[in-house]
Design a protein around this ligand. Structure first.
Ligand code: KIV
Ligand code: ZN
Length: 518
């Protein structure tokens, strides 16, 4: 679609979203999310920050190779080494994009970059032209645009476009803008910059004041035709603008915001659940569009209205965001064929071995649990497929617990292919399990900062999903696990967090920009 009113959706769940404290995804998880983002119809997937670590590079490269239709972008600072690394990761993509940035606000230039404004302009020119010599699609971002001097911002944008940038992003990096000021900034820059018609303008909003989506929509009204956002609004600090909220606002209020996107909105719920499963960040119940209560009606007056005509209290249908009634799937007598059909309906395409594993786990679950719902199947498959190729694998757990402590855990893990079993005592079963984890995989510097249990469905036989957060030297990671036995789910969640910690330890700390440029 190339109409004047088409707004490109740039998803940065795998880059800015992954920068959320406690968030990290492994390669298999990123590939699953990227696949779902394509099903959702996003135009651009920002797959990572290639120079940040070997793992980030591999992830960008793998997403670039996997993507069938979407453009794949990698972030790069305004330095030759960053841009070369981004290009090396992207070059096999059908549609690659280098996304390079530098700060333009007086505060960032002085304190963080320690550079004079003229030197920043020179760096923009050099970095964008270097990127453009490698790749025909180059995005340039003015970090902290909303606190930049408007005249300097216009000069910076003009320089970037002249050097070959095809997209200009003006981020509200610290979530400081209001809808009026942000919309006005786009109008101002687009009208003042002489070569503005040679680039697409993009929004990128953080949610520190809870205004990220409102600001994004104001920027679109002000001339932006690309919006950067994340699934469930995950991201640095208070998060980024939520993709699902922008897409539904543009759809439901098309009367006052006549803009189109390529989003297949019925894929929203699936994308939200997948990102939540992969990151361990549960969606708050009252979250717009994807919260558990977004389509729930409890008060008598509302229920009465709903029964007469759903539009009395619903401005969009649950089906339009891909939400179906919780359906009873099958029981223990259901066969392979029905299970495969259900998986396909839920959007999973498993290979033969994965399918056999999933079917076995489904049978075990159906033995333990009377009713198996869609949510159960999703938790079961996500839980297992996310664990492929991890160094630490949960194997077995036995627990002795009750009113007479100390409680005891016998835990078996596979670490780098080798099974290890230990017995530990603890102050309660969770303590015993987590001590066993520490005994097999020592990690003295990491603290457990959160332990959370949620039920996947209703009923006492529901599966539990457990989230744990570990913090070590300023890094935080969140692991999740699902099982009908809460202790097994806890052990899986802890092992998942440890695996993520290993990934994060390998990630380099990046300075703002290499001052010499390379
Ligand atoms: O928030 C921000 O400014 C960013 C840029 C790097 C695009 O994430
Ligand atoms: Zn950002």
């Amino acid at each position: 679609m190339s109409s004047q009113n088409y707004v490109k959706i740039f998803d940065t769940t795998l880059r800015d979203g992954e920068q959320s404290p406690g968030c990290s995804m492994n390669l298999a998880e990123k590939l699953r999310v990227a696949e779902q983002l394509e099903a959702l119809g996003v135009d651009i997937i920002e797959a990572g920050f290639a120079i940040a670590s070997e793992g980030d590079f591999e992830a960008v490269q793998a997403v670039a190779r996997q993507a069938k239709r979407a453009t794949v972008a990698s972030l790069a600072r305004a330095a030759t080494g960053d841009i070369d690394r981004a290009w090396a990761a992207l070059k096999d993509a059908k549609n690659p994009r280098i996304h390079t940035f530098i700060a333009t606000s007086p505060l960032h230039m002085r304190v963080k970059l320690e550079m004079e404004p003229e030197a920043v302009l020179e760096k923009i020119r050099a970095s964008v032209s270097h990127a453009r010599n490698l790749c025909p699609d180059v995005e340039w971002s003015a970090e902290d645009a909303t606190r930049s001097d408007p005249d300097f911002l216009c000069r910076a944008v003009e320089t970037a476009i002249r050097a070959g940038a095809t997209t200009i992003n003006l981020p509200d990096t610290v979530g400081y803008a209001t809808p009026e000021t942000y919309g006005a900034m786009f109008r101002d820059v687009i009208s003042r910059v002489s070569n503005a018609d040679q680039a697409i303008f993009s929004t990128h909003c953080h949610n520190d004041l809870g205004l990220a989506v409102a600001n994004t929509l104001a920027a679109v009204a002000g001339g932006a035709r690309q919006v950067e956002s994340t699934i469930n609004g995950i991201g640095e600090r208070a998060g980024n603008a939520a993709l699902e909220e922008i897409a539904m606002a543009l759809r439901v209020r098309h009367d006052v915001m006549p803009f189109d996107t390529g989003v297949e909105t019925r894929e929203i719920t699936r994308a939200s659940r997948l990102v939540s499963a992969v990151t361990g960040f549960q969606v708050q119940p009252n979250k717009a569009i994807v919260g558990a209560n977004a389509f729930a009606h409890e008060s008598g007056i509302h229920q009465d209205g709903m029964l007469k005509d759903a539009s009395t209290y619903e401005i969009m249908t649950p089906e339009s965001v891909g939400l179906s009634e919780s359906s009873l799937v099958m029981g223990k007598h259901s066969g392979r064929h029905a299970f495969r059909q259900k998986l396909e309906e839920l959007g999973y395409k498993l290979g033969d071995n994965e399918f056999q594993d999933a079917f076995k786990r489904f049978k075990d679950l159906a033995d333990a649990k009377k009713h198996v719902y869609d949510e159960d199947i999703i938790a079961l498959v996500d839980d297992e497929t996310m664990r492929d190729n991890q160094a630490i694998q949960f194997k077995e757990l036995e627990i002795y617990c009750g009113s007479h402590g100390p409680q005891r855990a016998i835990l078996t893990l596979e670490v780098d292919g080798e099974e290890q079993t230990v017995t530990t005592r603890g102050n309660g079963p969770v303590d015993a399990v987590f001590k066993a984890m520490r005994k097999i995989v020592p990690h003295d510097d990491a603290q457990l900062t959160l332990y959370e249990v949620h039920a996947v469905t209703e009923g006492t036989d529901a599966q539990a999903t457990v989230s744990v957060v570990l913090a070590e030297d300023g890094r935080t990671v969140r692991g999740t696990g699902a099982h009908v036995d809460t202790m097994v789910a806890s052990a899986k969640a802890y092992a998942n967090a440890l695996n993520k910690l290993i990934v994060k330890r390998g990630r380099s700390e990046l300075p703002a920009v290499a001052r010499t440029g390379n």
